[in-house]
Design a binder for this molecule. Structure first.
Ligand code: DNO
Ligand code: MN
Length: 390
């Protein structure tokens, strides 16, 4: 069976550990958000969090994220020091029995949406719309050199979109695109983003890729020694944005990762929602090809339209066929005799969720609904297997 978990943002999360346990989870996915990026996660701080989770009757299953310092992504500044610290954190995590670390290699921003409250029949969902995003880039961020990234047609469409927005909706768009990093309540400012983007000038896809591979190969001895597996989260959205390169958006990127790293401890967080936002990504095919290197599963579904816009659909709807993925995961677990940790990724915000101070995408009732649907699908897979005598 998949190991059922939910992300917990720590003591600052309005959703409690007891809530997560009552939803039927046996574990949580969490991080030490209070430790500045790059600094060591000490044994003491890890133990403190671990005991807190265990006191609620669960285990700390996966770290998400042990963030990678921007210096490592650029390979300048103090990158060597941050890599040395990273190795120590991995060692400390391994000694405490935490064996999967999720991270991402997206420069500057983590996941990006243009609407955090897109109304659906069952609450509100996160949405990404290109016109809105380009409008943000062109008329709110006013990124230097932005014009050359878009065709005249795209710029015209973004302009028309922007002109129709009320002042209030312009502010909503800005705050959605500039929300802070996961687990942080501090938003980005325009100046902030522009300064960070400038530091990545001249770093293209190939360069960023080679920085990722070098980083992973450098920490591999620490991974082997500690038993920890690194599960990279895909880019979200899986397209270049703000002129930044993307290196984990499709199957070719995964192939390159596996070809250029040496340790079996280097693997994937297979996020069906993020990969699924890209039409060419055939999720079942990718799952079959890379299954043995999938160390963590994020299950959610995105609904795309012709224009490449998408919103996060219900777990049973949208373009990702989660039933097929759960079926493949079940087969893989049997063949490899292991149990893969899984969390329902973002959920809808239902009306009742508004009363809980949770992070965007991390509502309680919405995610619990997703989890229940996933458990139902998994149950059906096992039922079918039993009927076939498997
Ligand atoms: C998106 C979510 C993100 C993710 C981080 C990983 O699909 O799962 O919050 O956790 O980007 O580092
Ligand atoms: Mn995800």
């Amino acid at each position: 069976m998949l190991q059922k978990t939910m992300r917990w943002y720590g003591p600052q999360d309005g959703v409690s550990l007891q809530d997560i346990a009552q939803a039927g989870c046996t574990g949580v996915v969490t991080a030490l958000h209070h430790i500045p990026v790059g600094e060591i996660w000490t044994d003491q701080e890890i133990k403190k969090r671990k005991h807190e989770v265990e006191a609620a009757g669960m285990v700390w299953q996966v770290v998400e994220s042990l963030p990678v310092h921007e210096d490592i992504k650029r390979r300048n500044g103090n990158f060597q020091r941050w890599i040395d610290n990273y190795k120590i954190s991995l060692q400390n995590l391994g000694e405490n029995g935490i064996q999967v670390v999720t991270y991402n290699f997206m420069p500057v921003l983590d996941w990006l949406r243009t609407d955090l409250h897109y109304p659906t029949k069952t609450g509100t969902a996160l949405r990404f719309e290109w016109d809105a995003f380009r409008a943000f880039d062109l008329f709110i961020l006013k990124r230097p050199g932005v014009e050359k990234d878009y065709t005249t047609e795209q710029t015209e469409a973004a302009k028309a979109y922007f002109e129709k927005l009320s002042e209030e909706n312009k502010a909503r768009l800005a705050s959605s695109c500039m929300q802070g990093l996961p687990g942080s309540k501090e938003a980005f400012s325009r100046e902030n983003i522009l300064a960070l983007l400038k530091e990545f000038e001249g770093i293209d896809e190939k360069t960023l890729q080679s920085h990722l591979f070098q980083f992973l190969n450098e920490i591999s001895p620490a991974l082997e020694k500690s038993g920890v597996k690194m599960a990279i989260h895909p880019d979200d959205p899986p397209f270049p944005v703000l002129g930044l390169p993307r290196i984990m958006s499709h199957a070719d990127h995964i192939r390159a990762l596996l070809e250029n790293t040496t340790s079996q401890h280097v693997g994937l967080c297979f996020c069906t929602g993020s990969f699924g936002a890209r039409k060419e990504n055939d999720l079942p095919k990718m799952f079959k090809e890379f299954g043995s290197r999938i160390y963590f599963l994020h299950l959610r579904s995105t609904a795309r339209d012709q224009g490449g816009n998408f919103f996060e659909a219900d777990h049973l709807a949208g373009d990702a066929n989660l039933y097929t993925i759960i079926k493949l995961a079940t087969e893989l677990q049997h063949v490899e005799n292991r149990s893969i940790p899984m969390r329902p990724d973002h959920g809808h915000q239902l009306q009742i969720d508004a009363a809980i101070d949770s992070f965007p995408g991390y509502s309680f009732v919405g995610r619990m609904k997703g989890l229940a649907e996933i458990c139902g699908m998994e149950h059906a897979v096992y039922q079918e297997r039993a009927e076939k005598g498997l």
